[in-house]
Design a protein around this ligand. Structure first.
Ligand code: ADP
Ligand code: TYD
Length: 202
């Protein structure tokens, strides 16, 4: 079982991925909790290249290659071995984030994103939770964190609005594996809904 969390910055993905991992472990399941970009030593090195520094550091195409290289390493070293061992893999962001960020917001690269995905990754999750939230709320939460991985966090509100709409379009495009979750509620309420859905299928 391969489960991913998607949504705009600050929607609560990391919080919910952690709470779901805990709930499934409490139920006796073996869980690997991981994230992208990153999730393996090589991919964590690439994470620094793509998330830190000048927003214009990479062209849209180079950035897409870097995210895909990181994902390929993560898949080879972390995700595929865990799935093969019968563990549940929970990943904070995966290929849907590339379909959105590189496919939509960094140029019109969606067709290229899809071709690279087919060629180099070739695997989508069994279940994807899209945490849906008002972009103003997400932006405020993300800014309050005040970290140094800010290359993507200066998009501003209009872009976050486009991203939210884009994610909801993706949920329709890949309807069988997507569940759209209202992320505006308290974390425990969101977690209860997610864990009920996951435990019904995992
Ligand atoms: P993401 O991984 O989607 O960027 P996080 O889980 O890191 O989001 O959450 C962003 C911030 O918002 C964190 O400071 C977190 O504690 C807080 N947060 C997460 N979920 C909620 C929620 N349901 N209500 C209020 N604050 C939340
Ligand atoms: P993340 O650490 O999940 O940030 P947040 O907690 O704010 O959601 O991801 C960092 C950034 O990387 C995020 O702004 C989205 C971007 N990203 C891409 O552009 N493409 C990708 O393929 C992935 C996985 C992330």
């Amino acid at each position: 079982m391969f489960i991913t969390f998607e949504g705009i910055d600050g929607s609560g993905k990391s919080t919910q991925a952690r709470l779901l991992a805990q709930a499934l472990r409490d139920a006796g399941r073996a869980v690997v909790l991981t994230r992208e970009p990153g999730g393996s030593p090589g991919a964590e090195e690439i994470r620094r290249l793509v998330l830190e520094g000048d927003p214009d550091r990479w062209s849209a195409e180079t950035e897409l290659l870097l995210f895909t290289a990181a994902r390929r390493d993560h898949l080879e070293r972390t995700i595929a071995p865990a799935l093969a061992a019968g563990q549940i893999v929970i990943c904070d962001r995966f290929a849907d984030s590339t379909r959105m960020y590189q496919g939509l917001t960094r140029g019109d690269l969606r067709a290229t994103v899809d071709r690279l995905h087919d060629m180099m990754i070739g695997r989508d999750p069994d279940l994807t939770f899209l945490i849906d939230i008002d972009p103003a709320v997400g932006l405020a939460r993300a800014r309050a964190r005040n970290g140094h991985e800010e290359r993507f966090e200066d998009f501003g509100l209009p872009m976050q609005e486009r991203m939210r709409a884009g994610f909801l379009d993706l949920a329709r495009e890949f309807a069988p594996r997507f569940r759209v979750i209202d992320g505006s509620r308290p974390p425990e309420a969101v977690a209860a809904e997610i864990s009920a859905i996951a435990r019904a299928v995992a």
